[in-house]
Design a protein around this ligand. Structure first.
Ligand code: SF4
Ligand code: SF4
Length: 177
């Protein structure tokens, strides 16, 4: 099966260095405003800092995939004596919380690694070196990659035609059984 090279971008998070300054949230929401940089609203940011100052907990989390249903099991993490929320490290945009939802429309937000920029802006703006950007190439199956791209194009077309809300409803009904 034919292989192709795919660029994988990651942001490593050194959470213990975070002081909760929220510069990352400000620049992310500002970069994604329309027009760009016209306003800044951390509630619209695709990175959110989960914070419990008394317990010295600061966890920057990036918006991941939308999921129409809550998960059935939760994980509890205790690291260096600090107890983290059950959903603390989860990136999903799911019905169990308001995180990563556009405040006016409720539409899901997703980190796009600042598409078009050389480096993610939250990484550039974090002065404490909490966020570390890495890029590498991996060999992936060409057919599988094409299949995923086709699926995304299909879903985008459906969302354009029927609206994201209707598509979410349909997905939600399908996953109930
Ligand atoms: S900019 Fe860096 S230090 Fe500030 S909240 Fe974001 S991750 Fe934490
Ligand atoms: S990489 Fe870009 S889109 Fe993703 S959270 Fe950081 S600033 Fe926002």
């Amino acid at each position: 099966m034919a292989k192709i090279k795919k660029k994988i971008k990651t942001i490593k998070v050194d959470a213990d260095k975070c002081n909760g300054c929220r510069s990352c949230e400000i620049i992310c929401s500002s970069f994604h405003a329309t027009p760009k940089y016209s306003l800044s609203n951390p509630a619209r940011s695709r990175i959110q800092v989960i914070r419990h100052p008394i317990q010295d907990i600061w966890v920057p989390v990036f918006a991941g995939e939308y999921t129409p249903a809550e998960c059935m099991g939760r994980d509890k993490y205790i690291i260096n004596g600090k107890e983290y929320d059950e959903c603390g490290f989860c990136r999903a945009v799911c019905p169990s919380r308001d995180l990563f939802k556009e405040p006016d429309s409720g539409l899901p937000l997703k980190c796009d690694m600042c598409e078009g920029e050389e480096k993610p802006l939250c990484v550039e703006w974090c002065l404490n070196d909490v966020l570390i950007f890495e890029e590498r190439e991996e060999e992936v199956d060409e057919e599988e990659e094409q299949r995923l791209e086709d699926m995304e194009i299909g879903l985008e077309a459906l969302a354009d035609k029927y609206g994201l809300d209707k598509l979410k409803e349909a997905l939600s009904r399908m996953t109930k059984d």
